[in-house]
Design a protein around this ligand. Sequence first.
Ligand code: PSU
Ligand code: MN
Length: 301
Amino acid sequence: MLVRVNDHIKEAMEKGIPVVALESTIISHGMPYPQNVETALKVEEIIRSEGAMPATIGIIDGECVVGMTPDEIEQFGKRKGIAKVSRRDLPVIIAKKEWGATTVATTMIIAAHAGVKVFVTGGIGGVHREAQQTFDISADLDEFAKTNVCVICAGAKAILDLPLTLEYLETKGVPVLGYQTKELPAFYTRESGLDLDYQVDTPEEIAAIMKAKWDMKLDGGLVIANPIPVESSMDKDVINKAIEEALVEAKKQGIKGKDTTPFLLAKVKEITGGESLDSNIQLVFNNAKLGARIAKEYGKL
Ligand code: PSU
Ligand code: MN
């Protein structure tokens, strides 16, 4: 079987309980052990407490699993050498029957297969700084152009070129909706200085926009940009300085391609003495709450 939807997820769907997808690259490549596993399990708990069903997605022995068990989540957090799997990697990992951690792009693909429309994560990939030279644009952005899943995130990290990321999403026809804000949040901070065209204030409004998009056969996803809670957000100067330093270090070490995002995340954490990791964890929890509510509202339509 290419995609295995576990029984508890199937049952939830039959009963009309809304399902929320979760990715595994954030577990295997986005956070250190054991915080990665603790966070992944807590996110599931938050989604359940909101009356929805979490479905963490990953690839196990070449099988795309929707609704991993806590033990499998633990494995994704602990095991070394689990590949980071984006769209181009997916067929190889499946055919070779390997384990793979799914990025935003791949999680969208597998969620869509299973009929899951809402997906919660921390941050999405984007256009990297200096992409004019490197061509490094995350495959996440192209996935938003074709796969029908609504993704709740805390905006995009300032390790990316945020203005170019917004331009790219516009070109690809992807709605970017600010949740109770008119400004693109920048992951660790609530502000980026970049205006969004649309502010939405309730999960109901978001569900209605999802439905209108897909009823019109406008294929592709939506980005819901949910700012980090004030009490968990970082000082702008502190985080920006850490990011600049991390970027210099990445260049010095010749870090490229798929290694860039995990490298920068780990480096920023090191430079900020772990403060960025705490913020990262809190913003995912905040997104989980909103994602569950959106899934519930969409389920009513
Ligand atoms: N942002 C984070 N943590 C992450 C990622 C992004 O704060 O773990 C992961 C997501 O899985 C995202 C991927 O899809 O990085 C993007 O990688 P790339 O830029 O190589 O496409
Ligand atoms: Mn890349």
